[in-house]
Design a protein around this ligand. Structure first.
Ligand code: UN1
Length: 506
């Protein structure tokens, strides 16, 4: 049953106030992209040809450590202005950045546009949050004492980014560390070094000193060398739960090393619960967007669709019809809904899994390229899904009437807690889900992807991550140390203030 809706038009709006999937505005962008894509393909720049080594990781940390005092000593206003200049530069280079996202990460055009906009949003949001939230705070205290709480950078942060948001998350983590007065060694995913190299070059152009932000491309060995370095004062990581665990272990291994923060944003086995009162067309559109947009390669993506028994067969029939309207193909073609997956290893893993599953519906894939066709798989029980399959693969399970709480508890029992969706028109169902769902982001009657910076702080619980949420009001606080300074203003000869001596007098 084909649906009369633009399936991927449902992603919400961000800073520019333009629908991310508005294809009518993309014509101009696409024609200029074509030129850039071929340019990018020819360009064998540093990041692509160069893989970092363990020695370079050491050198980079040393240089960033030497740059720390000067960068930390700049005013908040200075650092915010630089980050806002970076946002302007990202906007000015939008088409070029989109082109690299398309050619290097196989993002579709609407996804590449969303990627650049989200990066811009992170820069502007964190600059504002630092300006508003990190000024010294005068605290009330016992009579006669002046108490001030100050925030200061911690030192050198390692930021380790995923390939699925190679610009937005790469820069989001990095800019948060920089704006709070830290210096950064930034390691992009091995699949996406070029977009990171462009982002770092623009940050330097915006005024970040070259030693305050150092790009370190490379694989897991380079990441391991970085986190094992005792001079690292914190790690911001987005990727798999297994890698987050390795990083946590490596940060704690050396007994002489300070205990430093790890911000980890990891995987999820995300479920959407649909009851018999939900609006069917909206459900189907939101399911297709949540499960198949970005070829399912978002940690927020829908993996497990839980349909109340009465509506299961009709919903599945509509879903199959909607899947038929999806176009697989060249991600640089604005008509494409689903592009290839990131690399051969991902392709092989997903295709092998699909081959042994009970497939309800799938599509034909283009003959050439790493296309995993959107696939609907039936499972008997919620417990049968035991792993995060990071691609366009959706599992469906039914649940009996009157068992909403049990259904939510079965999802909770997986131990992940990133996103959950509910489609229902019953207020009590929404309240019950809100009370029981152990997730970082609960979405009611909408899709489960596309968290907007500043409005929908993003991040999970349990196996899905440590918090604090990216794009939320508490994120920057994890990047700073707090210093409480208390001055007795009564004892020094009864003077209410300290004497102003110049340094030569001490
Ligand atoms: C991720 O896939 O790593 O809500 C994060 C979203 C994005 C974040 C996804 N803003 O889909």
């Amino acid at each position: 049953i084909p649906l009369p809706v633009d399936l991927f038009g449902a992603e919400r709006r961000n800073s520019a106030g333009v629908d991310l999937a508005d294809r009518t505005t993309l014509g101009e962008t696409v024609s200029s992209l074509r030129g850039f894509v071929s340019l990018c393909e020819q360009k064998d720049d540093l990041a692509q040809s160069h893989k970092g080594t363990k020695e370079e990781a050491k050198k980079a940390v040393g240089a960033a450590a030497a740059a720390f005092p000067a960068w930390a000593g700049r005013s908040i206003e200075d650092r915010c202005a630089i980050v806002e200049r970076l946002a302007d530069l990202l906007e000015a280079h939008r088409d070029e950045l989109m082109a690299i996202c398309v050619s290097e990460a196989f993002k579709t055009i609407p996804d590449a546009l969303g990627e650049v906009r989200e990066a811009v949003d992170f820069c502007r949001y964190y600059a504002r949050a630092a300006r508003d939230g990190l000024q010294p705070v005068e605290l009330p205290g016992p009579t006669g004492e002046r108490n001030v709480l100050r925030y200061a950078g911690r030192g050198v942060w390692a930021t380790i980014a995923p390939w699925n948001f190679p610009l937005a998350i790469f820069l989001g983590q990095t800019v948060a560390a920089l704006v709070t007065g830290n210096t950064v060694v930034a390691k992009p995913a091995p699949q996406t070094p070029r977009i990171a190299a462009r982002a770092v070059a623009l940050a330097h152009q915006a005024g970040v000193p070259s030693d305050a932000l150092i790009l370190l491309p490379g694989g897991p060995e380079v990441g391991a060398a970085l986190t094992a370095d005792p001079r690292i004062a914190g790690v911001a990581f987005t990727g798999s739960t297994a890698t987050a665990r390795k990083i946590a272990r490596s940060l704690l291994e050396d007994d002489t090393r300070p205990i430093v923060p790890l911000i980890a944003e990891t995987g999820g086995i995300n479920a959407m619960i649909v009851d018999s009162t939900a609006l069917p067309e909206q459900v189907v559109a939101d399911v297709v967007t949540s499960a198949f947009r970005s070829a399912g390669q978002r940690c927020s993506a829908l993996r497990l669709l839980l349909l109340q028994e009465e509506i299961a067969e009709t919903t599945i029939a509509m879903l199959k019809g909607a899947m038929d309207t999806l176009r697989l193909g060249d991600p640089g073609d604005p008509a494409t809904d689903v592009g290839p997956v990131i690399d051969q290893a991902a392709y092989d893993k997903l295709m092998a899994y699909r081959a042994r599953a009970t497939v309800l519906k799938t599509l034909d894939a283009p003959a050439e390229g790493l296309f995993v066709p959107p696939t609907l798989i039936r499972l008997a029980r919620i417990e049968d899904l035991t792993a995060e399959w990071f691609g366009p693969i959706l599992h469906v399970v039914t649940w009996p009437s009157g068992k909403l709480a049990e259904t939510i508890r079965s999802v909770n029992a997986k131990g992940y807690g990133l996103t959950m969706g509910l489609h229902s028109r019953i207020a009590r169902a929404a309240e019950e889900t809100e009370a029981l769902a152990e997730v970082g982001n609960l979405y009611v009657n909408r899709s489960m992807i596309g968290a907007v910076v500043g409005s929908q702080p993003f991040g999970g619980e349990g196996l899905s991550g440590t918090g604090p949420k990216a794009g939320g009001p508490n994120y920057l606080h994890r990047f700073v140390v707090e210093r409480a300074v208390s001055v007795d203003t009564t004892s020094a000869g009864g003077n209410a203030t300290l004497l102003s001596l110049d340094e030569g007098g001490i």
